[in-house]
Design a protein around this ligand. Structure first.
Ligand code: HSE
Length: 432
């Protein structure tokens, strides 16, 4: 039986999971691969989290890359600096590459995809998006015959946990975040997660694959969950909605929208029931119809499961001499005729919470501004009564243009009768 040798860069949580999975399932994987998939070298500067043969270890990543026996390099270092150099080095040396590094692919993927295509090596990155969920494989292979109409995903477990907890308990954002950090669910520096950047990294990778062209990370509109207020979660519930941080890619009339922001979706939408740290991606293809994938988006063994799936696929390709069997990488610009739609031109329904003084004529002032900006209201509720004080006036609009909404909000917030900035949350997944 042939042996396929794996070199691992980074033996942290995921790296240890990969080594453990390759050891624990060795017999099963040998049978499925038709070859022995073995760890030959591991680069790690710290202390490995599980016991490994010391002869496998080195502190020098280039020793792993330069080892002529290593067939596949697995990059699990993270970050976009050292990891970028090492990934490009590995590809230049003709090694197949597996990485779980979403930030690296979202920000520097183009040169890595192009280098892999030029060198005709395989590139596996299933673990970079949604941990255990085989979403890359599904978009790249399973749905290859479809025009993808839309992708809507809960692709960040930390924010889904926080929003779920806020929904269940009514606690404010800061309190739930602090609890999540104390329990180790959220990173000590949660900026990437709560600010929506981690979700945007995953969206960049998925949408570039689904729409066959490299999307610049800087072209993605990103809004995090820091300003989501428990009051709006409660109103959303009353109206039959949930608030989720969604990563959205949609094609419409030859234009593509790519955005990450808190979003209201109906209780009845499949994504609404995905709570806690779980991830889910809802995809609509023109032939396949609607599909929903859900599962664990992070964690040692769920992520290792996807890394090892890539290793198995590449090992197969090596054995059967078919490098780059699935070569649908976004190695260039979007197809002719497909452009990105600027955020101000997207269309959405909106939830508004205007904090207005409770006196005659205020509602007509607010609705007047909306009307002047071509925004039509579908329902209004005023909560409470407070002489001389501001009360929440909650509105849902019909579909409107984002630029018009932003113009209207500026004017509404300047009205004397409006006490604080209006909360505006986009609404998806409901018929107008
Ligand atoms: N920090 C990510 C999350 C996991 O909370 O989903 C890795 O992508």
């Amino acid at each position: 039986m042939k042996t396929i040798n794996v070199g691992i860069l980074g033996m942290g949580t995921v790296g240890s999971g990969v080594v453990k999975l390759l050891q624990d399932h060795a017999a099963l994987l040998d049978r499925r691969v038709g070859a022995r998939l073995r760890v030959r070298r591991i680069a790690e500067t710290g202390t490995p989290r599980i016991a490994v043969d010391p002869k496998l270890l080195t502190t020098d990543a280039m020793e792993v890359i330069n080892d002529p026996q290593v067939d596949i390099v697995v990059e699990l270092i993270g970050g976009t600096s050292v990891a970028r150099t090492l990934c490009l080095e590995a590809v230049q040396k003709g090694k197949h590459l597996v990485t779980a590094n979403k930030a690296l692919l979202a920000e520097h993927g183009l040169e890595i995809y192009q280098a892999a295509a030029t060198k005709r090596v395989d590139l596996g990155f299933e673990a970079s998006v949604c941990g255990a969920i085989p979403i890359i494989r599904s978009v790249r292979e399973g749905l290859v015959a479809n025009h993808i109409e839309s992708i809507m995903g809960i692709v960040n477990g930390t924010t889904n946990y926080i929003l779920t907890k806020m929904t269940e308990t009514g606690q404010p954002f800061a309190e739930v975040l602090a609890e999540a950090q104390a329990k180790g669910y959220a990173e000590a520096d949660p900026t990437l997660d709560v600010g929506g950047l981690d979700a945007a990294h995953k969206l960049q990778i998925l949408a570039s694959l689904a729409y066959n062209g490299y999307i610049r990370f800087s072209d993605i509109y990103i809004e995090g969950i820091q300003k989501v207020d428990a009051v709006d979660i409660a109103f959303a519930r009353e109206l039959g909605y949930r608030i989720k941080l969604l990563a959205i890619a949609k094609e419409d009339s030859g234009e593509l929208e790519v955005r990450v922001h808190p979003t209201m979706i109906p209780d009845t939408h499949l994504l609404a029931s995905v709570g806690g740290v779980y991830n889910a991606v809802h995809i609509r293809g023109d032939s396949a119809g609607s599909l929903m994938f859900s599962g664990r988006g992070a964690g040692q063994m769920p992520t290792a499961s996807s890394v090892v799936a890539d290793l198995v696929e590449i090992a197969h390709n090596i054995i059967f001499h078919r490098p780059s069997r699935v070569s649908l990488l976004p190695t260039g610009a979007m197809a002719e005729g497909v452009g990105l739609r600027p955020m101000e031109r997207i269309r959405s329904r909106y939830y508004l919470r205007v904090m207005a003084l409770d006196k005659p004529g205020v509602l007509s002032l607010v609705s007047g501004v909306l009307g002047e900006n071509q925004i039509s209201i579908s329902s209004v509720i005023q909560k409470g009564r407070a002489e001389q004080a501001a009360v929440p006036v909650v509105m849902l609009t019909h579909e409107a243009v984002e630029g018009d909404m932003q113009k209207a909000l500026k004017r509404i917030n300047h009205l004397d009768a409006v006490a604080q900035d209006t909360v505006c949350i986009r609404v998806e997944g409901a018929e107008d």
